[in-house]
Write a protein that binds this ligand. Structure first.
Ligand code: BGC
Length: 750
């Protein structure tokens, strides 16, 4: 752990991000004056140029021509530092006004050194570590001239069929907000004084994760209250953390595509939150308003997007082709264009691009440095969730003689990096098989029989060999899951069972009677109900990235103790979706007395099942609840105390409780605080996460843990669509997941 303290200390100064920089009312700011001056010298064409982002699929010559004329403000996907310098030189030396370009790239969970997918990072419940991960991504990306990442994705996702659940922090607005802040601060570091700063771009604004049926790009139907209580908070937190840019989403919400949604882009983002960065569309999402049937043609799409508040258009060129005409016709105001350009230039100044647009070439490479790999390993270690561990199957004894390593994900260097990896090189990935061989190859007889070539492989010919290997082994490690291509954008699934013959493989090796340890590497929670039942232990690793192998091996042998927790509810079966912990209470909530389908007597009476909210064939409980994860040790919560059982709206609720390590291993518990607002002017969630902390305890050690929660954080958007704390009774729980916990109650008074 020493190295991480060192990393944190050495990066600490970078995180003293001054949000005052973001303050609105910047009129006297010298930068604003420079911007105004620049704008006063710009032709309309040059202004429109700043609002135009093209992709580097164009040749460098074509791009250069555009840049020289001032027709481009930003380029997406150029990663060659020499070309970037060439283009920047044309921009600052050959274009009339010398405005530098902004180079953007999707650096989602690492540039070269790949960290766990964001869903895995969320499972760490460790924002400090997540911040370091984002900072490392920025250090690597900025070293080639990238100054803008299209991350973090802070879409709340409550449907694991949606492939992009992998890219976000799961189902919970509070956890996602905390991680959003960490990532924004990590990417942006210390702004213009920091050459490694890259602009963050919280996306996709907004509601994208609620795509109907989990089908990417589909419509959402989020009423304003749900939008405000659940989907907007991580975006608001990102603005407060100083995010430089925002990206719109592909979905239409209740009929209005985000790239034409003035309410969210102007009313909420600008007026209510005071955002002073710029908004970029998603890839061609301006033009896609034609497919939505929201605009008749490019020209109307451009008009609707720019008037709604999209400042820069990503690649579809409708601004470039039509804004001039629209201005002439009076359909777009000059002022709208000036505002957009002002926002864009402000960020270019804030990134220090006017002072130094170039990448320093010939510097020693920062890619895959030892500290970066160590941080990626730590993130992977903390991200893995122990879902099951019967009879303390794990950790494995180092003196074990023979282990069988089975399954298509044991040695899949590309797949374990996960989705949205453009630049990570699989040659640097360490797989579990390689890590095992490296560390235990001399001591333990490792028999490797993948049985299946890849996760979707349906060919069962190799299973017999895997069974044979298992018969010879003292423990069987089965690595299953999803290839990286099965999650991410446009990669949605209607069936969340293990693909191919993976389930059959687990069934076959389990029949040997040997302890089966299943390790899942996937981009989403899969419905592993049957496979978990067949396994003695289950470790779940959302695609863990470059250093996933050593991290998992450390956990398997107890060098590290699992501490990850589920950032999203695991359904038993796909038909339970959506299933998430913070649902509103129904008038007939499930009460645990569920008569399931096989227990229903014949000719049972209409009301004999209690008329409660559950499925006859799946009950009401998920497979694993939100916030869940085991350790090799056990923790006991007790002595919960609250500063006062009656609080006023301006008070701070102070809570303490004792946490004791009651097992044999030193371990880290993610202690979680949930509340329930018992009665509201509208129905309220049955539980809401409000705080969490990681606590490391030695065996037998007990510590008093304190949480402070300002009562104002109990506010919600009420019946009058006002954000208020409504007086009344509250329940509060502290515990190790969203289902258990020690309970205490309090009251908020006027
Ligand atoms: C995705 C965005 C991404 C953009 C640029 C789009 O298809 O939705 O998340 O940032 O492409 O690559």
């Amino acid at each position: 752990m020493k190295w991480i303290k060192f990393l944190m200390a050495s990066y600490a100064s970078l995180f003293l991000f001054s949000s005052s920089l973001m303050a609105v009312g910047v009129k006297n700011d010298p930068v604003e004056k420079k911007i105004d001056k620049l704008i006063s010298r710009m032709t309309l064409e040059e202004k429109i140029g700043q609002m135009n982002q093209i992709s580097s699929f164009e040749s460098i010559e074509t791009m250069g021509e555009f840049v020289k004329k001032g027709s481009i403000g930003s380029i997406i996907n150029e990663i060659d530092p020499i070309k970037i310098n060439t283009l920047q030189r044309i921009a600052v030396e050959e274009s009339r006004l010398g405005i530098p370009l902004l180079i953007g790239r999707d650096v989602i969970h690492g540039f070269k050194t790949i960290f766990p997918i964001p869903l895995g990072q969320a499972a760490t419940f460790d924002p400090e570590l997540v911040k370091i991960g984002a900072h490392i991504a920025a250090v690597e990306a900025s070293s080639v001239g990238i100054k803008w990442t299209f991350a973090p994705m802070v879409d709340i996702a409550r449907d694991p069929r949606w492939g992009r659940i992998a890219e976000g922090c799961g189902e919970d607005p509070y956890l996602t907000s905390v991680m959003a802040i960490a990532m924004v601060e990590g990417f942006q570091g210390n702004g213009s004084n920091d050459p490694t700063c890259i602009a963050a771009c919280p996306k996709h604004f907004v509601g994208y994760g609620a795509a109907e049926g989990g089908r990417d790009y589909n419509s959402t139907f989020l009423p304003e209250r749900l939008l405000r209580n659940v989907y907007l908070p991580p975006f608001e937190a990102s603005v407060k953390a100083g995010a430089y840019t925002f990206m719109t989403s592909f979905n239409d919400n209740d009929g209005v595509p985000s790239s034409g949604n003035e309410f969210i882009l102007k009313q909420v983002l600008r007026k209510e939150w005071g955002f002073d960065g710029f908004v970029v569309s998603d890839w061609a999402s301006v033009r896609e308003m034609i497919s939505h049937g929201f605009a008749a043609d490019d020209k109307e799409a451009a008009m609707k997007a720019v008037n709604a508040g999209v400042n820069m258009e990503m690649v579809s060129m409708t601004y470039f082709n039509h804004l001039k005409e629209l201005i002439k016709e009076g359909k777009v105001k000059q002022e709208t264009i000036d505002d957009a350009v002002r926002n864009i230039l402000r960020i270019k100044f804030r990134l220090g691009l006017f002072e130094n647009p170039f990448v320093e070439l010939n510097k020693p490479s920062v890619m895959y440095s030892e500290t970066h790999l160590e941080a990626a390993r730590r993130a992977a270690t903390e991200s893995v969730i122990l879902l099951k561990n019967d009879n303390q199957t794990l950790p494995l004894d180092e003196n074990i003689k023979t282990i069988a390593v089975i399954g298509p994900m044991a040695d899949a260097p590309y797949e374990q990096m996960g989705t949205w990896v453009f630049d990570g090189d699989k040659a640097f990935t360490i797989t579990p098989l390689n890590a095992l061989k490296e560390k235990y190859g001399n001591k333990i007889n490792i028999i490797f029989e993948p049985a299946l070539a890849y996760s979707r492989d349906k060919n069962t010919d190799g299973i017999a060999k895997a069974v044979k290997a298992s018969e010879q082994a003292d423990a069987v490690l089965v690595f299953v899951g999803e290839e990286s291509i099965l999650s991410g954008e446009a990669h949605c699934l209607a069936d969340l069972n293990l693909q191919g013959a993976q389930s059959e493989l687990i069934e076959a090796v389990a029949k040997t009677g040997k302890p089966v340890i299943t390790v899942v590497m996937a981009g989403r929670p899969l419905t592993i109900t049957k496979e978990a039942a067949l396994s003695s232990a289950v470790l779940y690793s959302f695609h863990p990235g470059t250093m996933g192998g050593p991290a998992i091996v450390d956990l398997l042998f107890g060098e590290e103790v699992p501490s990850g927790k589920t950032p999203v509810t695991f359904p038993k079966t796909v038909g339970q979706i959506p299933v998430y912990y913070a649902h509103n209470s129904s008038g007939r909530p499930a009460n645990g007395e569920e008569t399931l389908i096989d227990d229903i007597p014949l000719e049972a009476g209409q009301t004999s099942l209690g008329n409660r909210s559950f499925y006859l064939d799946a009950g009401s409980e998920p497979l694993y609840p939100f916030g869940y994860g085991l350790s090799y040790t056990t923790f006991e919560y007790g002595n919960i105390k609250i500063s006062s059982s009656e609080l006023k709206k301006n008070d701070i609720l102070k809570l303490s409780f004792d946490l004791k390590n009651t097992g044999k291993y030193a371990g880290t518990e993610v202690a979680q605080l949930y509340i329930q607002d018992k009665v509201g002017s509208v129905t309220r969630p049955v539980k809401e996460l409000k705080r969490f902390t990681r606590v490391t305890l030695q065996p037998g050690e007990k510590r008093t843990v304190n949480f402070e929660l300002p009562v104002e954080e109990l506010a919600f958007w009420n019946i009058d669509m006002k954000k208020v704390v409504e007086p009344g009774d509250f329940n509060l729980w502290v515990g190790g997941n969203s289902c258990d916990g020690k309970e205490i109650s309090f009251k908020v008074i006027e």
